[in-house]
Each structure stands twice: as structure tokens, then as C-alpha cells.
Design a protein around this ligand. Structure first.
Ligand code: URA
Length: 240
């Protein structure tokens, strides 16, 4: 059950503006509660009762995004350069609780990215104990040597600067320089570092699946997104 909360806090947590803005909108008569003009920023309301300039509020009960991250964009909210958040409505970056990427992708990696304000969903999708796989399409600089499949599956590959070996990962070779790799964890630059450990270099990397959710099936072009709920997303990912 949702609890009533202060109108100004509700709108500022959804990224609409600071509390002063809300007071101004109330004076102008732009906010209604169950069809009646709002009277005070301190008024206790339920999100579903509120309209701003006649429109329902923007995802007041949580926001989960399925996104096709393009090459060149960074998952951080503060770095210089192109941010993934530029592909979304501007107010989303100011939401509280904040949105965060589940299993970030590097600037030079494209593909399927889930962004959510649901901490539990984030945990469920990233914890290795939950066994949610992430599948990557990899292109390499040099031909595969032939021992990579066994090495990655061994659970013994210790990457530089890590204190425990990678969990077993499944490599499927497509040709000499192309493969898919399925991981059950998400360490920093993991795919690139795994191939670097074999003396190779990744030239192109795309995340194609998170669990059963396939980027191709979403039909999303680079930079495009769709929104969903945590429950629906979990069904898509687990294939249930
Ligand atoms: N592995 C990488 O090296 N980079 C990513 O973005 C994701 C997995």
C-alpha cells in the first residue's frame, strides 16, 4: 500500500523540480488532487491522485528501463562526455531513489542494459548466487588459440588484480575472431580482461542477452529504451 506523502516532496523526488517550483505551480493552479486545485505544498497526497497540467505523474511507483546502450555513452551520471541519461527525459536523473545501471557497460561496449530505481531488482540481477547469465558477442583482434573455451570454463582463470578466480564461463566459438561468452558475474571490464589474459584484444563487444531477455527481441535501436516494472522484467529475464 502506498502511503500519502507531502505534495512537494513527491514531485521533487520524481525529478519535477525543487520545492519552491511546486509552490509556484500550486499558485498558478497547475496541480490538481482528485480534480480539485492543490492548496499547499505540505498537502498529503497519493501519487495517483495528482495531475500536473492535467497529466498523470511520471512513473510514480518505480521506474525500470530496458535500454540499448549505444557505443560511446557512459553509464555514470557525472563524467564528462556523452551520458546514457541524455537518452531519457531530463527529470529522470533527478529522481529519488536514484536510477542506477545494473551491471554497467563500458563506454566502448554496446548492448542490453537495465536501469532501475529498485534496489532489490538490482541485487537479484547482479548476485552470482541468482545465476542470471549475461551473454556477450565478442570480436577479437587476433585468432583464437583454441584453449580459451577450456580455460574460461575451468573456474581457475585468475585475472590480474583480482583475489579469486572467475566463475566458470561458457565460450561458443563462431569463427577465428568471433565468439559469444556467457558470464554469471560482472566484474570490472571482465570480458576484455579475460581475453587479455589469453594474449588477445577485444575489438568489439555487445551484450546481447541478460538471462532469457534478448536485445534483438526487444527491437530497440541503439539509444532507444522502453520502460517496464520490476515484476515484468524479472519474468522476461527468467523466461517464466
Ligand atoms: N565486460 C567488459 O569488458 N565490458 C563490459 O562493458 C561488460 C563486460
Amino acid at each position: 500500500m502506498m502511503k500519502p506523502e507531502r505534495l512537494d516532496k513527491l514531485l521533487s523526488n520524481l525529478g519535477y523540480g525543487v520545492r519552491k517550483d511546486v509552490a509556484y505551480w500550486i499558485r498558478r493552479g497547475w496541480i490538481t488532487i482528485d480534480g480539485a486545485r492543490a492548496t499547499s505544498p505540505a498537502q498529503k497526497v497519493l501519487a495517483d491522485q495528482v495531475r500536473l497540467e492535467g497529466a498523470e505523474l511520471d512513473h510514480p511507483h518505480g521506474l525500470t528501463i530496458i535500454y540499448h546502450k549505444p557505443l560511446g555513452a557512459v553509464c555514470s551520471r557525472k563524467e564528462d562526455g556523452q551520458l546514457i541519461y541524455e537518452d531519457f527525459p531530463a527529470r529522470w536523473i533527478d529522481r529519488k531513489p536514484p536510477l542506477s545501471s545494473i551491471g554497467r557497460l563500458d563506454k566502448d561496449t554496446s548492448g542490453l542494459l537495465i536501469i532501475t530505481d529498485d534496489g532489490l531488482l538490482n541485487h537479484q540481477l547482479t548476485s552470482p548466487k541468482k545465476h542470471i547469465s549475461k551473454t556477450y558477442a565478442v570480436t577479437l583482434d587476433n585468432p583464437l588459440k583454441g584453449n580459451e573455451k577450456e580455460l574460461f570454463a575451468s573456474g581457475k582463470l585468475l585475472l590480474e588484480a583480482d583475489d579469486r578466480p572467475c566463475l566458470p564461463a561458457e565460450l561458443t566459438v563462431i569463427n577465428e575472431t568471433q565468439a559469444t561468452l556467457v558470464l554469471l558475474e560482472g566484474r570490472y571490464h571482465q570480458v576484455r580482461r579475460m581475453f587479455a589474459a589469453t594474449g588477445n584484444h577485444v575489438t568489439s563487444l555487445t551484450r546481447t542477452h541478460i538471462g532469457a531477455l534478448s536485445l534483438a527481441e526487444t527491437g530497440l535501436e541503439p539509444g532507444a529504451y522502453t520502460t517496464t516494472t520490476s515484476e515484468k522484467l524479472m519474468k522476461l529475464v527468467t523466461g517464466e
